[in-house]
Design a protein around this ligand. Structure first.
Ligand code: FUB
Ligand code: ZN
Length: 667
């Protein structure tokens, strides 16, 4: 299966169109300013600065030929920032070593946005940025500003940490999107030249580098480049990277002898990928790798690789995923923790990791339409991914905790990674442009298709067409998600063809739905999809999923969540905030047998379903008997105060100022 052609999916959905418009109107222009360091109150990026500095060096080299003394490599650190912005020198590199990738993600977001919303001015800005990128590329195709500026003699000498292949991956993904959107191939050619250069250096032969990316992404990007160009060499390079990872002798040990004998979980290089069964290490790296592995399994039919993907997916979903679809429980190494270790207030749950989980799930759907993958994709999307961006598109979360007491995050060193409000930008700014590119490419996640069947994974209003047996079939979907579970789909022009429409029955429905249709018939239900066939020329399908609020508790092995539950409604996870319920949310106990009522609120600028639940605030009575000092008193009784608990969608938390928040509630 393939994802449906994104250019052929027109999003008409109220909820998602608003997000896409926000990305276009606010996020993309704001990020362009940031990349150019024109927002004084946000952390400086130096991203465009670096491309320009590399371009200048290149020009000098071109002009002076041999007379030009190219810089010798000086290690200037993994992240280099000047004391003050004014101190930045025109010919030096600043920021993190992977700063180039921020622009590539921005270009990708622009590309996808232009597909749905043509905008000549934005396109001109992107063309201008692309000219600056291309001016920085070396004649042999190499393109990474950190080494071009600091000295090429050490390029590819630190694959583990120095992100040159990560930047290649993002360059390819940006270039593919921009080409698909505009037909302009300047950046695509630059990406191909860089990929070709890498392909010429890497491999198992004499004098070749037999390594692989320290931060995965090049794998899935190269498969996308192969999909677009049909050039086998890109597929071969991606396969090489995947096959080599974790083999003995470990490549990263050669680069970093101090690692000798220590299994490299962090980079998922602790064993060959086909033997990996547990999701470990840096969470973004992991899910980017698994996405590439799933691409390879689909393209090659490699059963052992598919088995590994399935086991890794299960390992995440059954033991390491927050109810919000967030992954990566610990800030130590931004990593997966042990199975069932899912702390709420020290959670890392990086936005990029949830985005990577969307990538992985979508790639599994390309192999097999099984609703378990779409359930996870939807969960991550509606909760952690959306939580990553403020309602006004101007600030972002990197870390997505499930519980916050603002004062603690500021003062407790174990929680300094947790921010109680979204930030304008980050020195390490991987997440904001990642959200922008995902939201603007939403059209790629709604359907997958094979020759005859259109598989519907996400219920987002849109229009698309599909050619089956030479007939042009039009599909139009209207959806009330996430406010209601009502979906209406019309199919036109399918009569006499084998056109099949597969509709996902989300896991959160418990398999219950109501289906009414004219002009089509139900064939079967398999792996969580209802298959409809026998279409007449005009068919109308109404499917409705009950979005009742539910209390969901975690496996009892998640120690943090014992005697607690989260409230969900459809794919949306809810949370309580201090602004609605007063501080000290840990005192609140929800009435587990009470009804939860729905209210439509316009407080967030559009209609949002908020919830009201009967609950109690439980406060131990104060006693005078304090045998061990002021902190402790003998327990006698509790004071229980009835309250009406207000819950809002988790993705909206912290849009009304700094306050307490918790997803889990005592039961
Ligand atoms: O290393 C590049 C990006 O920076 C990672 O994906 C994020 O987790 C952050 O560490
Ligand atoms: Zn990130």
């Amino acid at each position: 299966m393939q994802p449906a052609d994104i250019k052929n999916v027109k999003i008409t959905d109220e909820f998602w169109s608003r997000k896409q418009a926000l990305v276009k109107k606010e996020v993309i222009p704001y990020q362009w300013e940031i990349l150019n360091d024109r927002i004084p109150e946000a952390e400086a990026s130096y991203c465009m600065h670096n491309f320009k500095a590399a371009g200048l060096l290149n020009e000098k080299m071109r002009k002076k030929g041999d007379a030009f003394e190219a810089p010798r490599f000086t290690y200037r650190g993994f992240a280099v920032f000047p004391e003050k912005r004014e101190d930045a020198k025109d010919d030096e590199f600043y920021g993190f070593v992977f700063q180039d990738s921020d622009l590539y993600k921005w270009i990708e977001a622009v590309g996808y946005s232009l597909m749905t919303n043509p905008d000549p001015v934005l396109e001109e800005t992107a063309d201008h940025a692309i000219d600056i990128v291309c001016a920085a590329q070396l004649p042999n195709g190499y393109l990474d500003t950190y080494y071009i500026i600091n000295g090429m003699d050490k390029s590819f000498s630190d694959l583990r940490d120095h992100h040159e292949l990560y930047c290649l991956g993002h360059l390819i993904e940006g270039a593919v999107a921009y080409y698909l959107a505009t037909g302009k191939d300047k950046l695509l050619k630059a990406a191909e030249r860089y990929a070709d250069h890498v392909a010429s250096l890497f491999g198992n032969g004499e004098g070749k580098i037999n390594g692989y990316p320290g931060h995965e992404i090049a794998e899935m990007a190269l498969f996308a480049l192969y999909d677009l160009t049909g050039e086998e060499r890109y597929k071969a390079l991606a396969e090489y990277f995947i096959d080599e990872r974790g083999k003995e002798p470990n490549y990263f040990e050669k680069e970093h002898p101090d690692m000798k004998g220590k299994p490299d979980y962090y980079h998922q290089a602790h064993m060959p990928v086909r033997e990996q069964t547990e999701a470990v290490g840096h969470a973004v790296r992991a899910v980017y790798l698994y996405s590439g592995m799933a691409d390879m399994a689909r393209l090659t039919g490699d059963k052992s690789l598919l088995d590994a993907c399935e086991k890794l997916f299960e390992s995440i979903v059954d033991t390491k995923m927050y109810i919000t679809g967030g992954i990566g429980a610990t800030h130590l190494g931004e990593s997966f923790s042990l199975p069932y270790d899912l702390p709420n207030d020290t959670a890392y749950s990086e936005t990029c990791a949830a985005i990577g989980l969307v990538f992985f799930a979508e790639r599994m759907l390309r192999i097999k339409a099984d609703s378990k993958y779409a359930d996870v994709m939807e969960l991550a999307l509606y909760n952690t991914v959306l939580s990553g961006m403020a309602l006004d598109g101007k600030s972002f979360f990197y870390v997505n905790p499930l519980e916050v007491i603002p004062e603690n995050c500021k003062k407790d060193e174990r929680k300094t990674h947790v921010k109680p409000v979204r930030q304008k930008w980050f020195g390490c700014a991987c997440c904001p442009p990642n959200i922008a590119r995902l939201i603007s490419s939403l059209g790629r996640y709604i359907f997958t298709e094979d020759d005859t069947t259109l598989y519907t994974h996400l219920y987002a209003g849109c229009e698309t067409t599909k050619t089956v047996n030479g007939k042009n079939v039009s599909v139009s979907m209207q959806s009330g998600f996430p406010n209601t579970g009502n979906v209406r789909i019309t199919v036109t022009g399918a009569a006499g063809s084998d056109f099949t429409l597969a509709l996902r029955v989300p896991g959160w429905t418990g398999g219950r739905y109501s289906l009414n249709m004219t002009g089509a018939s139900e064939k079967e239900t398999k792996n969580g999809y209802i298959y409809l066939t026998g279409f007449e020329d005009e068919a109308a399908i109404e499917i409705s999923f009950d979005m009742i609020p539910r209390l969901i508790s975690a496996d009892t092995r998640v120690a943090e969540d014992n005697f607690k539950a989260a409230v969900t409604r459809g794919p949306v996870v809810y949370c309580m905030e201090g602004v609605d319920n007063g501080e000290n949310l840990r005192q609140i106990k929800i009435d587990k047998r009470g009804t939860i009522t729905e209210e439509v609120s316009d407080e967030f600028g559009y209609d949002v379903v908020t919830l009201k639940a009967s609950a109690k605030r439980i406060i131990p009575a104060k006693t005078d008997f304090k045998p061990f000092g002021g902190l402790y008193s003998e327990f006698t009784s509790v004071e229980e105060k009835e309250i009406s608990l207000r819950l809002i969608p988790y993705y909206l938390w912290a849009n009304r100022g700094e306050n307490e928040m918790s997803v889990y509630i005592n039961i």
